[in-house]
Design a protein around this ligand. Sequence first.
Ligand code: G3P
Ligand code: CA
Length: 289
Amino acid sequence: MHARVVAATAAAVLGVAVLLSPASDARAGDVGEITVIAHRGASAYAPENTLASIDKAAQLGFSWVENDVQRTKDGELVVIHDDSLPRTTNVEQVFPGRAPWKVKDFTAAEIARLDAGSWYSPAYAGTRVPTLKDYMCQIEHNHEKLLLEIKNPELYPGIEQQTLKMLDNQGWLDQKHLERLVVQSFSAGSIRTVHELKPAVTTAYLGAPDVAELHQYARFTDLINPSYGSLSKAYVSAVHSFEGPHGKPLRVFAWTVNDAPTAHKVAGYDVDGMITNKPDVVRAALGSD
Ligand code: G3P
Ligand code: CA
């Protein structure tokens, strides 16, 4: 049994929380040393990237949530995964003549008219695509922690600066909030920009760079977050051997782990976190090995 899983099992047996991360709290959803992050909110149980999905994560007892940030035609930051609207909204009904329905081609007021819940379930009819500002207010209200992904930054010049400004305006760049915030992207350039603009922000690169290149990433990113399928114990160990820009070993949050066998396997790689649509399933798996 893996050491981290042993710790989690001991915690479960003793009925206490093992909280080893400085950013942890009693509702953190951490299992042993492994941070469990609700991907796009608890997206298996509520429509992804909505306020309902982060409320659901909180209800399940998880404080870390992940999201995706993009920008409207008139410059509003919104929380949505795809660069187009049809999969997760009723945009084709509301604006039938506007194919291909790209997020960047719609104003915030237009996107605010869309139903972002019915595609998932009639129970969520009327759920909206949140602005990042409203989303941050709800995160604060729920006392949650955010893994914020800058999605498709190549489509939105200056989105790094804009996102940081919004976070600052919302009070999220003070020391207390910085412990509850990680900014990530598939774009190394975007993450480097975030680090250069606000060096105090914890950053994560989405991907699995060659080990030979990790020293370059360690200059501007604190975490390397790969798909679990591209991971091995040796790779995680190699990542851990580098110190990030804040003088701590690089960490690894793996995605997207949605079932118990995978959670066990990935825990065996010594990862620091798992990003999952089903945080309760991962917690149960790690706590009952
Ligand atoms: O946080 C990891 C994950 O969100 C990356 O993939 O496509 O779901 O944004 P994607
Ligand atoms: Ca994402």
